[in-house]
Design a protein around this ligand. Structure first.
Ligand code: FAD
Ligand code: SF4
Length: 441
């Protein structure tokens, strides 16, 4: 709470970059590294040939900077590329659990004038003019533990897991980290319960480098299949020392995100050759979620875009109703924090043309999120995809071994990396969806 950077200086250093890595990053981030600075900020921005990716590097991962929306994709998304155990009907009970844990809900509506978000009505009016309906979406934002009666704005209380949260103050800063703990980020629910209720030891800023199967004596054995455990090699970045540490484990669950999990497994298969039997499908079926950002300026109606959680509603265009894969999308509203709004207002006298303001906004936003070309935001999914066998994917879709890496025992992937395809809309529900038994023991 209160630890997310806000000053221009701190924001400029709020990026992830390590001197020894080969990752392609925007120039201003590389400059930090070239100066020998190791930067542990939250925005891990990577440039690829056709896509830039923003990853949340912190306890809670992308949930720290995401837009809070919880949405269950329509039936049609789970097409032939999804194994039979992962069709929508099978996943619904797990989405329900994730929804419960994340505290997803519609934004509260009542007579309190401070709960009125002007852009909501404008957005609804635009939808109507286009012959569509807009509807509120479930968001993982805290308005108190009682969903029927919201806690007054700004009041603090412990949530169901014991973490202190603030009833959302409508500051619109969701995408740069909520300083009030009003976003239901994973560190306040899943990870908080793991740490405080089940005594999990959480070690932040520990970078996993390599995973090696071990023999019965706990020695590295790259020929083993993991039945007798693994050794995980990592660097403690907080110590600022180059030494590599290690830990033994009977079971390893990799949750380093689509890029992190894939990168780690690829390194183990190709570079260290410690997990040589991983499927050749590793690294395939990658996709962004196809989200595009656009900004409308110059409206003659005030929209007050610096107020309220970042997304509150959607208008459906052939995704949830009358599904048409050739033109399916949803349109969502968005707010942006007043830190950006102050800058724009302050700059206005020097930029009398709206076009300049538009360019400035676009430039600032893309510098912050991608450091490069404006327009689209990639969210990475896939690459360690679920399948019925290793010729078609990397991890098992069988209910008894769900998420286990083919050809290995006790080695799992559990995050966005296992999704066979993009889901067409905000995908976070998957964070908590792990069908069945095996992991529970
Ligand atoms: C700006 C933005 C807005 C978004 N809005 C939404 C939204 O409204 N709704 C929605 O559903 N989704 C949204 N998303 C997407 C959502 O945040 C991701 O799909 C989700 O966070 C993926 O979760 P994950 O567990 O797969 O991986 P991540 O959340 O990426 O977690 C992986 C973690 O592992 C760490 N890691 C990686 N490699 C290593 C390593 N070698 N050693 C140690 N740690 C490592 C990473 O630093 C990270 O903390 C948004 C994303 C962004 C960037
Ligand atoms: S609007 Fe977003 S950033 Fe602001 S308090 Fe609410 S959840 Fe947090």
């Amino acid at each position: 709470m209160g630890s997310f950077p806000r000053t221009p200086h701190d924001m400029a250093h709020n990026f992830w970059a390590l001197p020894e890595e080969k990752t392609r990053r925007p120039k201003h981030i590389r400059r930090l590294v070239d100066r020998g600075e190791e930067s542990h900020g939250i925005f891990d921005v990577r440039n690829y040939k056709h896509m830039d990716v923003v990853i949340g590097a912190g306890l809670g991962g992308g949930s720290l900077i995401y837009a809070n929306v919880f949405m269950i994709p329509p039936d049609e998304i789970f097409d032939d590329r999804w194994p039979s155990s992962c069709k929508r009907a099978n996943l619904i009970p797990y989405y329900a659990i994730a929804k419960e844990v994340l505290g997803s809900r519609l934004i509260p509506v009542n007579n309190d004038p401070r709960r009125r978000i002007i852009r909501e009505q404008l957005f609804a009016d635009v939808a109507k003019k286009n012959g569509r309906n807009s509807e509120l979406v479930d968001i993982n934002v805290f308005f108190g533990n009682d969903f029927e009666t919201p806690l007054p704005i700004g009041e603090q209380v412990r949530n169901r897991y014991g973490a202190l949260q603030t009833s959302c103050v409508y500051c619109a800063e969701c995408d740069i980290g909520c300083n009030y703990h009003s976003k239901d980020t994973l560190d306040l629910n899943y990870l908080h319960a793991a740490e405080h209720r089940y005594q999990a030891v959480v070690a932040t800023e520990h970078l996993v480098l390599k995973i090696v199967p071990t023999d019965q004596n706990g020695e590295d054995d790259p020929h083993a299949d993991g039945s007798t455990g693994y050794k995980v090699y990592y660097r403690d970045l907080l110590s600022r020392k180059p030494e590599v540490c290690s830990a033994l484990a009977n079971r390893v669950v990799i949750s380093a995100g689509s890029l992190g999990s894939t990168e780690l497994l690829l390194r183990c298969r190709e570079h260290f050759r410690t997990l040589p039997r991983i499927s050749k499908k590793l690294g395939q079926c990658f996709s962004g979620n196809g989200d595009f950002l656009s900004i409308l300026l110059g409206s003659n109606m005030p929209a007050d875009p610096n107020y309220g959680p970042v997304i509150t509603q959607r208008t459906d265009y052939n995704l949830f109703r009358n599904f048409d894969p050739s033109r399916a999308f949803i349109l969502e509203d968005a707010s942006y924090g007043s830190i950006l709004a102050w800058f724009v207002e302050g700059a206005k006298p020097g930029f009398l043309h709206l076009d300049a303001v538009r360019r400035l906004l676009r430039h600032l936003y893309t510098q912050l999120t991608t450091g490069k070309s404006p327009g689209s935001l990639g969210w990475a999914l896939g690459e360690c995809v679920l399948a019925d066998d290793s010729s078609r994917g990397v991890t098992s879709a069988d209910r008894k071994t769900f998420g286990e890496v083919f050809e290995y025992r006790n080695l799992y992937v559990a995050n966005g990396a296992i999704l066979p395809t993009a889901v067409g809309a905000n995908p976070t529900g998957i964070t908590g969806v792990i069908p069945d038994a095996h992991l529970s023991d």
